[in-house]
Ligand binder design. Sequence first.
Ligand code: 5RP
Length: 228
Amino acid sequence: MPQRWTQDELKALVGRAALRYVVPGEIVGVGTGSTVNKFIDALASMKDQIAGAVSSSEASTERLRAVGITVLDANAVDRLSVYIDGADEIDGQGCMVKGGGAALTREKIVAALADRFVCIADESKLVATLGAFPLPVEIIPMAARRLGAQFASLGGQAGVRQHAGAPLVTDNGQWILDVSGLKITQPLAFETMVSQWPGVVTAGVFAHQRAQVCLLGTASGVRELHFD
Ligand code: 5RP
């Protein structure tokens, strides 16, 4: 009989399950978000077995340090064996939409350092086609209007993400556009195109840095999907 988990319990379940991908003695890449927070809590039990972490946000850095894990600068490492992060959406090929927590640029940088991206998510994140979740795009503020028009030409509606009545400012000092109404049927081509638009810092489509593994929290436990 399937168990009734809350969404929070599913996040904790996949957060713990991700420990099996952490390589003892090595540095682990750590993403951002509520699911990753569960992973960081679980990683605390292995803190003496790892050489530290490279973090994708100020929020994750603070949480990692609070549990006693050393955080290293991304420039201090040549490569990582694994990067563990959540997603707002993931499709059947491991392509994702990310950036709900506004950390997409650093997430993409750390993911690019890693041999393997392990996505941790509850099953509500698995979709046939990316785009139901508004696409986060980190931008240079002066490009907001022009980029809004470019997304409109694709059928999207872009809005600058707000926080406390003003544009939210990312860890990198930039803004986030959230674009709804897109149907991203070719994630790789879409990411390549949008990434070239002047003023785009990072598009929240992760197709070039897609996941190789997804640990999906489901009513019957952790489902493991492999994409390579
Ligand atoms: C942050 C992200 C997160 O991974 C994504 O928003 C999922 O977050 P959560 O685990 O809280 O659902 O991309 O920029």
